[in-house]
Design a protein around this ligand. Sequence first.
Ligand code: SF4
Length: 74
Amino acid sequence: MVPRGENGISSMEIIDREACMGSGNCLHWAPGVFGLDDDGVAIVSGDLLGNEENVRLAAKNCPTRAIRIEEFYG
Ligand code: SF4
C-alpha cells in the first residue's frame, strides 16, 4: 500500500521513488512532512498544505530532484 499524507496525497504523486536515494535531506528541510519508509525511500507523512514553504525548500535541496511538487502547488 502506498502511504498517504494527512491530505490524502499519495506519496507516489510527489516522490519519484526511483530517483530518491534516501539521503533524508527532506526530513531536515520540511520536518514532520516527509519520512522514510522501510526501504529507505522518502514518503509524505505530514501535511503538504500547511508547509508549502518548507516543502519547496525540500524539493529545491533534494540531491536527486526526486520531489515533484509542481502539479500539487502549481
Ligand atoms: S531529499 Fe530527495 S533523495 Fe533525499 S530522502 Fe528526500 S526525496 Fe529522497
